[in-house]
Design a protein around this ligand. Structure first.
Ligand SMILES: [Cu+2]
Length: 109
């Protein structure tokens, strides 16, 4: 009985650790603190996202998520849908046009 329990426990640990993934986000369209907070809030709200950190100066971020609940395309889509580009995905033009002036690219201000 003890053996069965330890096998089960080991299996559970393995499945848990492989389910959690961390990915880098390239956030080159981010301009100011408001942008980084917008992105952080939107991603943090998603089901399956455990942690998100946005580095405004480095124009990048890091997201930790449960792969059984959410995947990268869904996370990227959330970011583009609020008007920011991420990795090789372009921002949704309509959402981008509604951003505050300080959040737009310098050439659009
Ligand atoms: Cu901004």
């Amino acid at each position: 009985m003890k053996t069965i329990i330890s096998i089960l426990a080991a299996g559970l640990l393995i499945s848990c650790s492989s389910d959690t993934k961390t990915a880098e986000l390239k956030l080159e369209s981010m301009q100011c603190l408001m942008c980084s907070l917008n992105i952080e809030d939107a991603v943090a709200e998603l089901e399956g996202v455990k942690k998100v950190e946005v580095d405004l100066k480095g124009k990048k971020g890091k997201v930790t998520y449960k792969a059984s609940l959410i995947d990268m395309p869904a996370i990227e889509k959330t970011i583009t849908s609020i008007g920011y580009s991420v990795n090789d995905k372009k921002a949704d033009p309509e959402a981008y046009s509604k951003l505050e002036i300080c959040c737009k690219a310098p050439e659009d201000q």
